[in-house]
Structures are given as structure tokens and as C-alpha cells.
Design a protein around this ligand. Structure first.
Ligand code: BJ8
Length: 381
């Protein structure tokens, strides 16, 4: 019999529903692996017959509890993720069989040591550049993670299982890229707020085929609507690219406000945008090599150097007809904060507007951010 947390009765209805849904999945034999980052090769989790679920937290609710163990001056994503684990208030953490972390930034890496005291947290040792030695290590980490899944579940994962999972995930990426590419349409066909919320929400749908179906259906709907209405207007709304740290916890404060102030968020160079989805896993290479190559090429600022991210932003500015770039930096995120130097330089050289916003998950700076966004958008008109 699977138990609910002790303080379950005190939870709000939506959270109770999340717990009950997960409990049912587990009671029906579902396997769930909690993940934090796009560097985790979800193909291997699927090949083990399990479902990956993202635990990257976006609420400030558990931060006070986290700050009893972690420094206050730390990224809110790390504090919130740990806080949910510590307070047993996230159904996905609670019901995960184990957690997979990865050695990305220092804060996350060290937080995983503390998290491991709450629930088993397996850490993949991500190399931080893309040379031959890094590739060799990362291939080894792919095999080691496959072996971890095998020993945890007492199963054997075959290359055939992995190939099938690669095919499935590539189809999911293609569907999501088509959806994200709606931002290339002019005038804008869809709100960036919708794109980013929908993609985050789909992280909690465990059936990948269902995810693909839902996202394709919405893409077709948006195209049909745009075709029917496009002659309506030449849009004068500035077109914005969002880049930087994961934005789920600050989406309302920034992306929604930008759109309410009269601009269109058309491009998302971030982890709930194109960053992980842009490259498929090659199907003409041995599976571990193919997975290692794909995941090592993710343009996260923890990689050094990370010039491919800057090149990607430059080409997205052209493809999505972008007027201005807004970079989101979560408080105390050193890697994105330092890399913003190169982002700003590249954007300015293309003659576009650039604004960096450093923030956390609180609402304290909401008014100030809104004023800065308004002033920035005026410069783009
Ligand atoms: S692939 S962006 S999800 S590491 S946790 S680096 S914000 S200080 S989240 Fe990330 Fe993976 Fe990269 Fe994406 Fe900064 Fe905070 Fe670290 Fe962060």
C-alpha cells in the first residue's frame, strides 16, 4: 500500500489532486524517475519502461524552508527544488523512485548532496566542454546511467529498447519544434506565454504519444487561425526573444507583462524553448555515442566555452524577425550572468535592443520590472 505524506490533509485541493493522481500511477505499477535538467538522457528512462518527470521548481512557497539548510544568496530554482523535497509538498518528488541530478552549476551540484539525504539522488558527471576527452567521459556516463536504471529496477535494457526510445523522443522534439516555430509567423500567430506554459505543462503528461498528439493538434489549430486572419494587419508590435535561465518561476512577472505592454514574445532560447529540442539524437551512430553527442551539445551556460549559444541567438534573431532580446537571469546564477556579456555584445552588433533582468521568485520587484520593460519596449518602437 503506497502511503501519502503525513501532512496531506493540510494541502490545497489542486495539490491533493496531484498526489492522488501520482499515487494511482504508482499503484498501477508506474515507474517514475525525477529529473532536474535537460542534460538527462530521458531516452534511457523511457527505455527502462519508466517516465521522466521534471522537478525544477518554479514557486517561492518552499523557499523559506530551504533557506534553513541552504544559503539565502542562492538561485531560487535550486532553493525551491530543495524546499519542495524537504517539505514533502511536491507529488512528483514524493512519488519518484529516485532522482537524477547532473553536475551543472555549483549550486545545483552541492544541493544534490543534501537532497540525497531525503531521497536517493544519482548524479551524472557532466563534463563542461565539448572536446574529445569530454565526449569519452560523457559516453561512459550514459552507460553508467543505463546500468543504474537496470540495477534499480532489476531489468535489462537492450539497444533495441534504446533505439525505440530515441525514435519516440525525436518525434516529440520535432512536434515541439514545429510548435515553437509558430513564433516565426508574421504577424505573430500565438502568444509566447502560451507556448512556454503549454510546454511546461506537458512535462506532467507521462504518455509521450499523447503529448505529441496534443502539441500537433494545437499547432494545426494556430496555423489555420493565422491563415484565416493574417491579412488583417501589419503588426507594429515589437517582437521579442527571451533567453537565459529557466523562466517558469518568473513567467508572469516578465513574459506575461511584456505581452500585456504591447509586444509579442515570439522566440524562446531557453530550456522550455528550443534549447534542448533543436537537435535530434542521430540515428546513424551507436546509441551511447549518439546520446552523448546530442546532450553534450545543449547550449547551457554551464558549458565553457559556450559560443554555440551565442550563434544560436544570432540566427534566431533573423529567423524570428526579432526586434529586442530580454535575458532572464535568476538571482545568483553566475554562469548566465557572466555569459550575458557575450549575449549583449552579439545582440547589439545585430542592431537590436537588449535588456537583462536579474530577479528571483518573489513578487517584490514586480512593479520595478514592469517599469523597466515598458521603458525598454518604447526604445524598440
Ligand atoms: S540545461 S539552464 S535546466 S542547468 S540552477 S544554472 S539558473 S544557478 S537551471 Fe539549467 Fe539545466 Fe542549464 Fe537548463 Fe543558473 Fe540556477 Fe544553476 Fe540554473
Amino acid at each position: 500500500m503506497i502511503q501519502l505524506p503525513e501532512n496531506f490533509e493540510s494541502y490545497a485541493d489542486a495539490r491533493k489532486a496531484g498526489f492522488l493522481r501520482m499515487k494511482e500511477i504508482k499503484e498501477n505499477g508506474g515507474k517514475v524517475v525525477g529529473i532536474f535538467c535537460t542534460f538527462v538522457p530521458t531516452e534511457l528512462i523511457l527505455a527502462a519502461g519508466a517516465s521522466p518527470v521534471s522537478l525544477c521548481a518554479s514557486s517561492d512557497e518552499p523557499i523559506a524552508a530551504a533557506e534553513r539548510d541552504l544559503p539565502r544568496n542562492l538561485c531560487p530554482l535550486i532553493k525551491a527544488s530543495y524546499g519542495f523535497a524537504k517539505t514533502d509538498t511536491c507529488p512528483y518528488f514524493y512519488f519518484s523512485d529516485f532522482i537524477v541530478g547532473e553536475a551543472t552549476c555549483d549550486g545545483k551540484k552541492k544541493m544534490f548532496e543534501l537532497m540525497n539525504e531525503i531521497k536517493e539522488t544519482y548524479v551524472m558527471q557532466l563534463p563542461q566542454n565539448r572536446d574529445k576527452a569530454a565526449m569519452k567521459l560523457w559516453i561512459h556516463e550514459m552507460v553508467r546511467f543505463k546500468e543504474k536504471l537496470e540495477s534499480h529496477y532489476g531489468i535489462t535494457i537492450t539497444e533495441e529498447d534504446i533505439k525505440k526510445a530515441i525514435d519516440l523522443k525525436n518525434r516529440e522534439r520535432e512536434a515541439m519544434m514545429d510548435y515553437l516555430s509558430l513564433g516565426k509567423l508574421y504577424p505573430a500567430a500565438i502568444s509566447g506565454y502560451e507556448i512556454s506554459s503549454r510546454l511546461d505543462g506537458l512535462g506532467f503528461t507521462f504518455d509521450t504519444e499523447e503529448k505529441i498528439r496534443v502539441i500537433k493538434e494545437r499547432t494545426q489549430e494556430v496555423i489555420a487561425d493565422w491563415e484565416a486572419n493574417k491579412k488583417r494587419s501589419e503588426s507594429s508590435r515589437p517582437r521579442i526573444l527571451i533567453t537565459g535561465c529557466p523562466n517558469s518561476g518568473v513567467r508572469d512577472k516578465i513574459i506575461k507583462t511584456v505581452e500585456e505592454l504591447g509586444a509579442d514574445v515570439v522566440a524562446l532560447e531557453c530550456c522550455n524553448g528550443v534549447r534542448e529540442k533543436i537537435d535530434p539524437v542521430r540515428q546513424d551512430l551507436p546509441v551511447y555515442e549518439a546520446l552523448a553527442e546530442k546532450y553534450l551539445n545543449i547550449n547551457c551556460s554551464v558549458m565553457s566555452p559556450n559560443t554555440s549559444r551565442i550563434r544560436e541567438i544570432e540566427s534566431m534573431i533573423d529567423e524570428y524577425r526579432v526586434d529586442g532580446v530580454i535575458e532572464i537571469i535568476l538571482q545568483a546564477c553566475h554562469t548566465y550572468s557572466i555569459e550575458s556579456h557575450y549575449v549583449k555584445k552579439a545582440v547589439m552588433e545585430k542592431g537590436k535592443g537588449y535588456l537583462a533582468i536579474e530577479t528571483d521568485y518573489s513578487q517584490a520587484d514586480k512593479g520595478q520590472i514592469s517599469t523597466r520593460l515598458e521603458a525598454f519596449l518604447e526604445t524598440l518602437e
